[in-house]
Ligand binder design. Structure first.
Ligand SMILES: [Zn+2]
Length: 111
């Protein structure tokens, strides 16, 4: 491999450039967090849409958005154990707000 700092050819097993002292290992560590962020990012999307669907179900097509929130919660549950509690809350809220939204809609239609 070549040193990204000064261009000197170096052994792949060394952690730093012999010529300028540039540290390769530091660069490898920088690339690692992006790999672990990716699954969390996916979970974040499900959380975001889950809560958007929960709130939307209160005012607009409660059965559809309540079910949508429930599905988002289900998908979030599959992303990992660290999202388990949050996923359950979204699923319960999706069902609760779907029912509540339907009752509110019926009450509004009755008036
Ligand atoms: Zn170098």
């Amino acid at each position: 491999m070549f040193c990204p700092h000064c261009g000197t050819q170096t052994d792949q097993n060394v952690n730093f450039c012999f010529s300028c002292g540039y540290r390769f290992k530091e660069n490898l560590n920088h690339s690692n967090p992006s790999d672990t962020i990716e699954p969390k990012k996916n979970g974040f999307v499900f959380k975001l849409f889950g809560w958007i669907f929960v709130l939307t179900s209160l005012v607009f097509i409660p059965i559809l958005f309540g079910a949508g929130a429930f599905i988002m919660g289900y998908l979030l549950k599959k992303t990992g154990v660290h999202n388990d509690t949050h996923a359950t809350i979204i699923m319960v809220m999706g069902v609760a707000c779907g029912i509540l939204g339907t009752l509110l809609g019926m009450a509004a239609a009755g008036v």
